[in-house]
Design a protein around this ligand. Sequence first.
Ligand code: GSH
Length: 208
Amino acid sequence: MLKLYFSPGACSMAAHIVLEESGEKYQSQQVHFADAEQRSEAYLKINPQGRVPALVLDDGESLAENTAILPYLGKRFGLWPTDPITEARILSLIGFLAASVHPSVAHMWRPERYAADAAVFPQIQEAGRKTFDGYLEQIDAKLAGRQWFSDQYSVADPYLLVFYPWGLRRGYPMQELKSFTAFKDRMLQRLAVQNILAREKINLEREA
Ligand SMILES: N[C@@H](CCC(=O)N[C@@H](CS)C(=O)NCC(=O)O)C(=O)O
């Protein structure tokens, strides 16, 4: 049985939603950031990066990184396209979210990763905010006139959703992003999304 290590509202929420959509039995276990559990000896054996998500596979081996976990789950559960161009577009989006959007958020909320001198943290955070705001607007444009990122619902959609509450938490006026907000409302109609938001105690209407 697959087992997901997650933290509420973290980027692991994407894989959590996909597992819930799958209809397959799975386990999920919270990694308690408040207790620095992600850096514990036991967890570092599961993911040496000390991050979530980590997915333990049927053979007991673990897999880290959204860029690997989401395509794997998508192929396993039929939430992945068969057409090579659509596949490339979804991979392009997953890469953009993982390698550009997510690090801009880390600049805002984890400035200590980027400099030892706390005096420069505000500059790092401000740069992260500006970059993240631009990315939120790009996501809104990508979703314009679309129900899902692709013609069919795929693992890209729960991954996009992760950044909506992050935008609220950052204080961006998310309601102004009409396409992203309509997408969030469509996601909220899905039972799996409702279940995981309840389990992770995440509110998509206002900053938690
Ligand atoms: N590149 C990784 C990033 C994972 C990541 O940064 N996860 C965050 C939560 S969204 C985390 O575990 N942070 C814990 C920490 O920095 O101590 C991925 O996309 O899977």
